[in-house]
Design a protein around this ligand. Sequence first.
Ligand code: ATP
Length: 304
Amino acid sequence: MPAIETEGLTKRFGSVVAVEDLNLTVEQGEVFGYLGPNGAGKSTTINVLLDYIRPTEGTATVLGYDAQDETQRIHERIGILPEGFDLYDRLSGRKHVEFAVDSKGTDDDPDAILDRVGLEPEAADRKAGGYSTGMAQRLALGMALVGDPDLLILDEPSSGLDPNGARQMRELVREEASRGTTVFFSSHILGQVEAVCDRVGIMSGGRLVAEDTIEGLRESVGSGSTLELTVDRVPDDLDLGGIEAVDDVTAGGTSIRVTVSDPSAKSAIINRVEEQGATVTDISTTQASLEDLFAAYTTEGVTA
Ligand SMILES: Nc1ncnc2c1ncn2[C@@H]1O[C@H](COP(=O)(O)OP(=O)(O)OP(=O)(O)O)[C@@H](O)[C@H]1O
């Protein structure tokens, strides 16, 4: 049974198609990154999964339960960090977690949870109204962890976190995943997604335009890597014509940068450069970042 499954899920708001014919499967135990530019349909999808809104067409199940008919069962077994969550300014952090423990009827130790999300006892006793964005984010995540959920739905969990906070968030996500929790993670911070997700889905204009591992996306976009050669001098009429994998070449000073669709073309490129009279003194390869892949899928019309 997948942790999340949607079939033909469509949501229209009047003439706006927010989500169109979405077939998404997130397996149990996965850390799944749900990506897409503003307005792509990510929050709408999450809102349907949580039954905050009803789909126009199609179905969704969460942990095997129907998102519309078995909402209560779902909410008992998931933890949610919503986008733009609200805290009670006058209550302390600890009170927030105690409140979550009471409402879920669990026996979690609030202090252990606060410790897990990095809120020191002194901070936990202060009113949440005075919290920084990062502290508020940690507290909201702590509340989501109450009841040891089978599925965590995190909507933009890293927004407002400094690099340390973001690292801690990654560690927490990984820790939860190693306990068998499925994590469904929407984010604009692509580095964060790349570092923690097993697979990603990319939404664009309401449609799922890619669903794969980051490695798989690299292969299907084809724009794998950039080869950077350091040479004693760039040949006058540098010519890499005829090497099929070469997409783009730029050269200057003692450096030649070649974008390749297939990294195994590396030796052919080096040989060709050396045949033209240069000595290659250093070689480095950079792979397309998730940022590049995201741009390829959401702005350049690549379809999976
Ligand atoms: N309640 C609503 N009424 C009308 N249109 C809506 C409503 N909610 C969302 N939309 C529209 O549906 C589309 C998808 O929005 P959605 O919020 O799901 O995108 P998103 O990917 O979550 O974006 P963001 O990253 O900005 O949160 C947008 O065009 C948005 O304007």
